[in-house]
Design a protein around this ligand. Structure first.
Ligand SMILES: Cc1cc2nc3c(=O)[nH]c(=O)nc-3n(C[C@H](O)[C@H](O)[C@H](O)COP(=O)(O)OP(=O)(O)OC[C@H]3O[C@@H](n4cnc5c(N)ncnc54)[C@H](O)[C@@H]3O)c2cc1C
Length: 415
């Protein structure tokens, strides 16, 4: 019998499969999409010299698990300048204190007491300046793709404790280069990947799983690793477990799915300072922009999370609305922008049935829920994916770490 069925071939599933097959176990990976990678989705466009990342783009900090792979495979990685600007629509101001300000805000969350939303927490901070409050909202809605009125304040406690700004990196050849390392690391004699294979049911008892797919196939194994995104857990089309996993259902209820829009524009020529990196604004639709600095290119990326993403997604013409925001934040005439526009690249992660959102965050009172979702069941069903870590939620590093953790747990259970 197969040792393990892995549901999902994103970073978590591939990392789990690699470790398991490397340890001599047989694995079958069932992936609903026709490609591997999940929320890593790199487009290589013929005449664009840089990869276009429709999903994950940055390595946040010196993420150990990611760098272990990057360094072993000698991938080319470069560090981004920590250069943040604030645009009022009338002028741009450099923000040398971006991370220091975050530290100051989140250190105020009390260590004990009843959890409240970040929006309520900020309302109570009478001595915090409106600018810092605005920055805090931009951070939770942008960086965490969350809704400020739903994200747990307790889960933000101590965020940005680092004394220095966290370093950010990009993989020069594209994030899919990292996927390729994971994929080629699967032992071909012990692993098989089935694409376009959506799992709909998992029937299980201790030491045995029977996994059924929408196509009507059935796969048997001694154990399963479930790596589906939180949005899929929460959807009507969620995988049915028999017997039900009630503890997981409760954890899923306490977690929230972040929303985002990431839209990449390619222009015929650059109309911004190429050394500038991140631009933050008060724009209600697209409050964050970034360039490809330190690389000089004609690509600009717009990012909206939380409520801004919801507003933008409701627009009839998302790209047109985004260009309008760009014109006002960069103080450039809209007609000029339109005349320079070459191409638009985006993927709607909310509408995608196999992600149904960006990434997870803890809702009010849900501080421990990521860890509950992570707990194995009866030494037979194991859990991985960005929503199963409280420390590295919403990152590729978190996905890899949890995939490796699930593999280790499964190996111990099968020993
Ligand atoms: C727009 C965007 C930008 C991001 N930017 C960054 C960034 O800059 N840096 C960073 O570190 N992280 C970033 N992230 C987050 C990062 O992409 C994710 O945390 C990480 O890729 C998640 O990996 P995973 O394996 O947990 O989940 P996924 O990659 O979602 O993999 C789960 C897999 O399960 C499959 N699946 C779903 N349902 C089923 C089913 N029923 N049957 C079979 N298979 C199924 C899916 O198709 C998918 O391939 C970003 C995410 C988004 C959406």
């Amino acid at each position: 019998m197969t040792d393990a069925i892995i549901i999902g071939a994103g970073a978590a599933g591939l990392a789990a499969a690699r470790d398991l097959s490397g340890a001599g176990k047989t694995v079958v990976i069932l992936e609903a999409r026709e490609r591997i990678g999940g929320r890593i989705f790199t487009n290589h466009v013929a005449d664009v010299p840089l990869p276009i990342e429709l999903g994950a783009e940055f390595i946040h900090g010196e993420a150990q698990e990611t760098f272990a792979i990057v360094e072993a495979a000698a991938l080319l990685v470069y560090q981004l300048p920590d250069d943040h600007w604030w645009s009022t629509g009338k002028q741009w101001r450099r923000m040398p204190d971006f991370w220091k300000a975050q530290k100051k805000i989140w250190a105020r969350v009390p260590a004990r007491g009843h959890d409240i939303s970040v929006a309520d927490f900020l309302k109570r901070q009478k001595s915090l300046s409106p600018r810092l409050k605005r920055l805090a909202i931009n951070f939770v809605e942008g960086y965490h793709a969350s809704h400020a009125d739903r994200i747990s304040a307790a889960s933000m406690r101590g965020t940005g404790e680092e004394n220095e700004a966290p370093k950010q990196f990009r993989i020069a050849n594209g994030y899919d280069a990292l996927l390729e390392v994971l994929r080629t690391g699967l032992d071909p004699s012990r692993s098989v990947v089935h694409l376009a294979t959506e799992v709909t049911e998992v029937h299980w008892k201790k030491g045995s799983v029977d996994v059924r797919t929408r196509r009507g196939d059935s796969f048997h194994a001694r154990a399963a690793v479930v790596t589906i995104p939180l949005g899929v857990w929460k959807s009507e089309a969620a995988i049915e477990f028999d017997p039900r996993l009630r503890q997981k259902e409760r954890a899923v209820e306490k977690l929230e799915v972040g929303h985002d829009v990431k839209i990449v524009f390619r222009f015929r020529e650059r109309f911004w300072d190429p050394t500038c990196n991140f631009v933050h604004t008060m724009d209600p639709f697209l409050p964050t922009w970034w360039t490809t600095a330190p690389a000089r290119s004609t690509l600009l990326t717009g990012w909206a999370g939380g409520h801004a993403a919801d507003r933008l997604l409701a627009a009839n013409d998302i790209a047109g609305r985004a260009l309008q925001s760009l014109a006002s934040s960069f103080m450039v005439n809209r007609r000029k922008i339109d005349s320079l526009l070459d191409s638009v690249h985006m993927h709607n992660w909310q509408a995608d049935p196999f992600s149904r959102g960006a990434y997870s965050y803890a809702g009010v009172g849900g501080e421990g829920a990521h860890n509950s979702l992570a707990k194995p069941v009866a030494g037979t069903i194991f859990f991985a994916g960005e929503a199963t870590t409280a420390e590295e939620t919403g990152t590729v590093a978190g996905a890899i770490t949890t995939g490796r953790r699930a593999a280790k747990q499964l190996l111990a259970a099968l020993a």
